[in-house]
Ligand binder design. Structure first.
Ligand code: ME8
Length: 646
């Protein structure tokens, strides 16, 4: 059985986890699930890095021993992952005995080989990075990541002959172009190695200065440098040095890190492996930073987003989808609540959610929820099958190459294609014309495509995709992305599907942040002073008069400006009739068309048709005007189009 081994960085236990850590660990989890779905045997490793200066300092500040402190923070990490749907095979801690033993074994082997020597060194040490920075790396004398002035430290220490392996590493990187990916990070490492500037690595700390570390096996007056300790975790976890299974896991190892720790992973680690006589890992996958207003989100800068708070707002699946879709792997991405709600509403509430809601609701309406089997075919069905096959092939290829946002973009070709297929095939018209055989084929194809999309999305949104698969009559535990399961097929006859989906209710867009400019603030103050306008109560009506109104729930299918009318949109609303209703609505000042499409609204369906600015209007969308703008009326949970309001 093919194997796949994926690791995250082991995180420092000097502060609690934030969205940056959650991102890397979510990506690793998604990759692990993706490879399992391809039928592979998977090892997913994460954990905590617990020795070193900065943990000792954080513990001192908290009035605890380093071990007490490490236990508490490590516990926060290990408890967080399952809450985020993340299921590692092993959570390793560098304070565990098997790891300490492996580190000492590695140090002894490298020492015995003559690759460790004793010497003196002075340099700029950044505690945040836990490493010496070169003059070139400093920006205005400060560490570019932690924005602090590194401490100049000169002392006698042990050194690893890293420079000895410079040429060999460069050769390996050149012979394996995707050893470090994406390309920009590979290029960065190649120029560093080609500049010939690689120094030897200081790998010890005198106990006179630091005791919180693993003792050197060949000198009890020193502990090992935290990076020499931490990197070894990748070997310890899969049983190095003694486990006979070690080689089969190590041969397929892939690391996942952000660019802050590129150098330790792309230079320190492979040279250590070369010295140990071990094969190099297969890929180093490097991503950018999550930024908050142009600054890296980081515990030391105090601008972090709490992953659990975010998950509580939009559900776990929404958060995981956002993280994987929004960040172009390798580049930085900005986190804003607006971007979050925008992405969620556009891709999940509108595209995928609407597709699921309407295809299930129509199957319930036309076939009582059980597909009768295919009937009449149409060339559009073959075109859909081709689109699905291409989209899934692209998705699989890109996801496996760690290009998650592009992979999801490719899959959305299928999701949007399915919505277009439904629009073009117009099941409501087929139903009206009594073409049941054709209607059955259309629904089977739409649901078959949706099922395939849901399988692909299992690694990204395990919770929501499992629910969706169950709604489609499939068992999420039994599907895979291999063999015939990966091919497009209409949902088979006799499959019973749920009547509604309702997986991704729209998020309210967050209020825009207050603009700092004074004139705007003054204007806002003025508005507040104005007494709120309360409309006069209308005259009483008899119940029979109210009952004359036919109020229906509908889904906005499209919205476009009416030429020459700034306030108006020509909207079409699906209320479960043969064709969507054309309605002219005064919404243009308050909503963008994309904010409306997919939204459920309440329509006065029996209003006499009239022409507005030359366009036909067959109903009225209900909304409330208020001081802050306009709010649309809608059901509190998704209902089938055409549901009567009473
Ligand atoms: O470096 N954006 O631990 P660490 C994206 N112990 N990812 C972020 C991020 C952000 N703003 N902030 C943190 C260490 N990360 C060492 C690793 S491995 C043998 C030892 C993620 O707690 C990202 O994965 O500082 C980054 O590389 C890692 O957290 C750094 O975690």
């Amino acid at each position: 059985m093919k194997r796949f081994f994926i690791t995250t960085p082991i995180y420092y236990v000097n502060a609690k986890p934030h969205l940056g850590h959650a991102y890397t660990t979510t990506v690793a989890d998604a990759l692990a699930r993706f490879h399992a779905l391809l039928g592979e045997d998977v090892y997913f490793l994460t954990g905590t890095d617990e020795h070193g200066d900065k943990i000792a300092e954080a513990a001192r500040n908290a009035g605890q021993t380093p071990k007490e402190y490490a236990d508490a923070i490590s516990g926060l990490f290990s408890a967080l992952w399952p809450k985020l749907g993340i299921t590692p095979k092993r959570f390793i801690r560098t304070t565990e005995p098997d790891h300490r033993k492996a580190v000492q074994r590695a140090l002894q082997l490298v020492y015995d080989k003559g690759d460790i020597y004793f010497g003196e060194y002075g340099g700029h040490y950044c505690k945040g990075c836990e490493r010496f920075l070169t003059e070139k790396e400093l920006v205005d004398g400060l560490c570019p990541d932690h924005k602090v002035k590194p401490e100049y430290i000169a002392e006698k220490n042990y050194f690893f002959r890293m420079s000895k392996y410079q040429g060999q590493l460069l050769e390996h990187i050149k012979a394996n172009p995707d050893f470090i990916r994406p390309r920009q990070y590979r290029n960065e490492v190649v120029s560093l190695l080609e500049s010939g500037a690689l120094e030897d690595l200081c790998i010890s700390r005198p106990k006179s200065r630091l005791t919180w570390g693993i003792e050197l096996p060949f000198d009890e007056n020193f502990v090992t440098y935290v990076w020499f300790d931490a990197l070894i975790n990748y070997l310890t976890a899969v049983g190095w040095p003694d486990d006979p299974d070690f080689a089969s896991w190590w041969g397929v190892a892939e690391h996942l890190v952000a660019k802050d720790i590129l150098k330790p992973h792309a230079v320190f680690w492979p040279t250590m492996l070369l010295s140990l006589g071990l094969p190099l890992y297969r890929h180093l996958n490097v991503h950018g930073y999550w930024l908050v207003r142009d600054t890296k989100m980081s515990k030391s800068l105090g601008n972090v987003v709490e992953p659990l708070e975010l998950a509580a707002k939009a559900g776990l699946s929404g958060m995981r989808y956002f993280l994987l879709r929004e960040m172009v792997f390798g580049a930085d991405a900005s986190f804003t609540e607006e971007a979050f709600a925008g992405r969620f509403n556009a891709d999940l509430a509108n595209d995928l959610g609407n597709l699921a809601n309407r295809s299930l609701a129509m199957t319930a309406k036309y076939f009582g929820g059980t597909l009768p089997g295919e009937g009449e075919a149409d060339p559009a069905d073959d075109a859909l099958a081709t689109l699905a096959t291409e989209a899934v092939d692209n998705f699989v290829q890109l996801f496996g190459a760690a290009q998650f946002s592009r992979a999801l973009e490719a899959l959305w070709e299928l999701v949007r294609g399915l919505n277009k297929y439904i629009d073009a095939m117009a099941p409501w018209t087929l139903a009206k014309q009594g073409r049941t055989a054709r209607l059955a084929t259309v629904m089977a194809h739409a649901l078959g495509g949706l099922r395939l999309a849901a399988v692909c999305l299992l690694p990204v949104m395990p919770e929501a995709s499992s629910t969706l698969l169950r709604q489609l009559g499939a068992d999420p535990e039994k599907v895979c992305l291999c063999g015939p399961d990966r091919d497009f097929a209409p949902l088979p006859a006799g499959t019973t599907v749920a009547a509604t989906s309702n997986l991704f209710p729209r998020l309210e867009a967050p209020a825009r942040e207050a603009a700092p400019a004074a004139p705007k603030a003054a204007k806002a103050a003025k508005v507040e002073k104005k007494p709120a306008v309360r409309p006069e109560p209308a005259a009483e009506v008899e119940y029979d008069d109210f009952a004359k109104l036919d109020l229906r729930v509908g889904v906005v299918v499209s919205a476009a400006p009416v030429p020459g009318a700034d306030r108006l949109y020509a909207v079409s609303v699906d209320i479960g009739e043969a064709a969507p209703r054309p309605v002219v609505a005064g919404l243009a000042e308050h909503f963008k068309p994309e904010d409306l499409v997919g939204r459920q609204v309440v329509l006065v369906a029996n209003l006499k048709p009239r022409k507005l600015r030359g366009a036909d209007s067959h109903g009225m969308i209900l909304a409330v005007k208020h001081e802050g703008g306009m709010a649309l009326l809608g059901p509190s949970s998704v209902v089938a189009p055409g549901g009567r309001v009473s």
